[in-house]
Design a binder for this molecule. Structure first.
Ligand code: ZN
Length: 134
C-alpha cells in the first residue's frame, strides 16, 4: 500500500502555497474547487507523493469545522488503491467503519472514500483510486 498524498487543512490556500514554495522551492501543479465538499485544494508534488492543501470555501464545510476544532494541520493520509470497491468491501468485512461506503469523485478526477478515524487511532484515512493509468 503506497501513500498517494497527505491532506493538510489550511486557513488560506494562497498563503500556504507561498510557504511551500519558499520552504522547498516546489511549484503546485493543480488547483481545483470541489463544490460538493465546499473546499478548494492545491496539489504539490513531493517526490513520489503529493501534498494536498485544503481550504474551506463555506462555514459548513467539513474542513472549516475541522480547523475550528483542531486548528490547521494534518487532516488525512490518502493511500493509493487499484480497486476501491474491493478495498471498501474488505475493510468493512474486517470491521472498520467507513465514512463513505460508496466512493465519490474527488480532486484530480479520482475515486475517493474516507474511513472512520475512530477505528484507525485518530487518523483519517482516504482511499483513492486513479481513473487513469498511473
Ligand atoms: Zn485527499
Amino acid at each position: 500500500m503506497k501513500i498517494d498524498h497527505i491532506g493538510l487543512a489550511v486557513n488560506n490556500l494562497e498563503d500556504a502555497v507561498k510557504m511551500y514554495e519558499k520552504l522547498f522551492e516546489v511549484t503546485p501543479f493543480h488547483f481545483e474547487e470541489i463544490a460538493t465538499q465546499k473546499v478548494k485544494v492545491c496539489f504539490i508534488q513531493m517526490g513520489d507523493q503529493k501534498l494536498e492543501l485544503i481550504e474551506a470555501t463555506e462555514e459548513d464545510s467539513p474542513i472549516y469545522k475541522f480547523i475550528q476544532k483542531k486548528g490547521e494541520g494534518l487532516h488525512h493520509i490518502a493511500y493509493k488503491v487499484k480497486d476501491i470497491y474491493h478495498e471498501l468491501e474488505t475493510m468493512e468485512a474486517k470491521g472498520f467503519r467507513l465514512i463513505d461506503r460508496v466512493p465519490r469523485l474527488g480532486a484530480l478526477n479520482k475515486l475517493i472514500a474516507f474511513m472512520h478515524p475512530k477505528d484507525t487511532h485518530g487518523v483519517l484515512i482516504e482511499l483513492c483510486q486513479s481513473q487513469l493509468d498511473e
